[in-house]
Design a protein around this ligand. Structure first.
Ligand SMILES: [Zn+2]
Length: 674
């Protein structure tokens, strides 16, 4: 039988198979060769490729307060690496390193393991220890510098500043909002020699140097911030609230000088803080404002010519509107606009709200910024709640005039009050003053930003006087200062129950005001959410007015604001204020405490004192302010002083019968009149 010849196609297939088998064997050999026999060389080559390009760490910009105090900085730290290619002996290197690093020799050896390449051994080493390692000059031990974020003031302004994560990106607060500005650009370096030569240290050549980030200079003043935080801490200790906030704004340029929140946290240990403790509640959290809103309803009535100096309301302790009763804390009788504010009279507010068209009230509130974010430099800001008139009920205008059916942030209140303080202009509150380059050259400056003009200056002035009336004898008397005039408003707002109605026991109490009231330099809010304690004592005047006064006094003195309560300008203003107020005021002027402490008993028995029995006006001509004040007091008279220096004019004239009011008008001048 003839053997059948192999088919050519089979031959071709077999030869292909043989060829591929051979290739496979060759590959296998090559692989074994590379992985076993040439392992060291290739590992080295891969290591060299790995380190041939390196990213150089850039320095993140600093955050400073307005006076250059460091709030967030990048500090130099070092990392220790072992570069196996240059290492002579691991045990020997580990031995030496263990004399400096907080690690034992064994820990170092096990960290290095039996790996080869560039192995990290220790992170975040202080510069002085890095220097020691440098001096040891161990072959194969490399040091690399990088930056770590550090917050030298720890808790100070934490909710505002925020922090950066491990990747050096801002994760919260200003660190997040200004991440691009602060971050800078990393540099690039390559290894100079990429040949396989076994000798010589790995030299790096910088291709692009790293570029540091810009610095941010805040409007915050560390002293003021500290004052706010320590006063809040006292409040928290005393009343154990859910949260509390305090904000100070310069009403003339919109700069926020301090912004404090409770709860807070230590920024350096942000990982341990609950997210809710890190929130900047002064811009994220909203509350029903209560009585402090009344001034805006009054502003609306004045601006829309629905009420003026001659308007009177009547309060019998409550008012009824659309079948609902709004209670007042007392029957105030005949009430004008000033008294409606100073006594916080709800019945008058009900009547005022009925004089104004809904659209007018809406526009005024809107103009003051309610229902809109203020635009301050924060990551998250709430709009608050303020419905348009199309969604109002028959009771809404009344509710809104007493600060219900709406919700605001602390920052919105401060912005709105600042407009009253500065003569009627709504300003954007600002946290950033300027941005500077890494070598401290100014790159950008931020200026006063007007949102809109709301009121004529004289209306704003009148509103300021009303607020002054609150403190100079109204519901906010505990906010009064010895050396400065203060205008402001207390609020005790019951918290709305999500199921409808209001909680009796849950309140937000606040005091917002300005000082000096005649020419305000600061607007300050102190607000406390759900203070605990005896229900009867938890009202705004009690809880927050005193802290307001403590803070305002310290800040004004720190800012070197001249006292305005030296019975000159202040007295004149108070005279105007109280003349507007009907005859209910017991005194035109309260002589300040400085008199009672300065005068001695013998002053009261001077011959002039005997004039009192004559029922004639004493002669004050040529006397100094202090002499005149002492004399007036010793005679149990009252006086309105105007000017400085010595008395040049008085009314009534000396020797005339004492007026029934027992009030003297006295003008002083630096030079005696010829
Ligand atoms: Zn009333």
């Amino acid at each position: 039988m003839k053997r059948r010849a192999m088919h050519p196609r089979i031959i071709r297939a077999l030869s292909l198979l043989a060829f591929f088998s051979l290739l496979l064997v060759l590959f296998a050999f090559r692989l074994v060769h590379l992985q076993v026999f040439q392992h060291k060389e290739w590992a080295l080559r891969s290591t060299k490729n790995h380190v041939s390009k390196r990213v150089l760490d850039m320095k993140r910009g600093n955050i400073y307060d307005r006076n250059g105090v460091e709030l967030a900085i990048s500090v130099d730290t070092w990392s220790v690496f072992i570069f196996t290619r240059e290492l002579k002996s691991l045990p020997e290197a580990a031995n030496l390193l263990s004399t400096v690093l907080p690690m034992t020799r064994e820990e170092i050896i096990s960290k290095a393991g039996d790996r080869s390449g560039y192995i990290p051994i220790y992170k975040d080493l202080a510069p002085n220890l890095a220097m020691k390692i440098q001096q040891l000059d161990i072959p194969g031990v490399n040091l690399e510098s990088h930056y770590r974020r550090y917050y030298p003031q720890k808790r100070l302004a934490a909710n505002l500043i925020g922090f950066t994560g491990t990747e050096k990106t801002g994760l919260e607060g200003l660190e997040m909002l200004f991440d691009k500005t602060l971050r800078g650009y990393p540099g690039l370096a390559v290894q100079e020699d990429i040949s396989l030569s076994e000798s010589g240290p790995a030299k790096m050549r910088v291709i692009t140097p790293p570029m540091g980030g810009s610095n941010i200079h805040l409007t915050i003043d560390t002293f003021i911030q500290h004052t706010l935080e320590s006063e809040l801490a006292q409040l928290v200790k005393q009343y154990d609230p859910i949260d509390a906030t305090a904000i100070v704004m310069d009403p003339n340029n919109g700069e926020i000088l301090g912004l404090a929140c409770f709860p807070s946290y230590d920024i350096n240990n942000f990982g341990e803080a609950k997210p809710e403790n890190r929130r900047n509640r002064s811009v994220t959290d909203i509350f029903e404002p209560g009585s402090c809103i009344k001034i805006f309803a009054v502003a609306s009535a004045i601006e829309n010519r629905k009420a003026d100096h001659g308007t009177r309301f009547y309060c019998r302790g409550f008012a009824e509107i659309n079948g609902r009763r709004v209670r007042c804390h007392g029957a105030h009788g005949l009430v004008d606009l000033d008294k409606a504010i100073s006594e916080s009279c709800n019945a008058s507010m009900v009547q005022i709200s009925q004089l104004i068209e809904p659209a007018q009230l809406y526009r005024t509130y809107k103009n003051f910024g309610f229902g809109e974010p203020t635009g301050i430099e924060v990551v998250t800001e709430s709009n608050g709640i303020f419905k348009p008139p199309s969604r109002w009920s028959g009771f809404s205008a009344t509710s809104l005039s007493i600060g219900q059916e709406m919700a605001v942030t602390g920052m919105q209140l401060v912005q709105a009050y600042s407009a009253i303080a500065n003569g009627g202009t709504l300003l954007k509150p600002r946290l950033i003053r300027r941005i500077s380059s890494p070598d401290s050259e100014i790159r950008q400056e931020f200026k006063r930003e007007e949102v809109r003009k709301i009121l004529p200056a004289d209306t704003a002035r009148w509103l300021r006087r009303m607020l002054m009336g609150v403190v100079e004898g109204g519901t906010g008397s505990q906010a009064a200062l010895e050396n400065y005039t203060v205008g402001g408003k207390t609020s005790t707002a019951q918290k709305a129950n999500p199921k409808g109605g209001y909680f009796n026991e849950k309140v937000v109490v606040s005091f917002i005001g300005m000082a000096p009231a005649l020419d305000p330099r600061i607007v300050l809010l102190v607000a406390v959410n759900e203070p605990k304690g005896d229900e009867k004592t938890l009202y705004g005047g009690k809880v927050t007015a005193r802290p307001f006064a403590n803070i305002a006094d310290r800040i004004l003195k720190y800012l070197k604001v001249a006292p305005d309560r030296s019975l000159t300008a202040a007295a004149r203003e108070r005279q105007l204020l109280q003349l507007q107020h009907s005859s209910e005021k017991k005194e035109i002027i309260n002589l300040p405490n400085m008199l009672s402490s300065a005068s001695s008993a013998k002053d009261l028995t001077t011959p002039a004192a005997k004039l009192a029995t004559n029922e004639a006006v004493p002669n004050l001509q040529g006397k100094s302010l202090r002499q005149a004040m002492q004399l007036v007091k010793s005679l149990e008279l009252k006086a309105v002083f105007e000017g400085n220096g010595v008395v040049i004019k008085q009314s009534p004239q000396p020797g005339k019968p004492l007026p029934e009011s027992k009030i003297l008008m006295i003008t002083l001048s630096p030079e005696p009149e010829n």
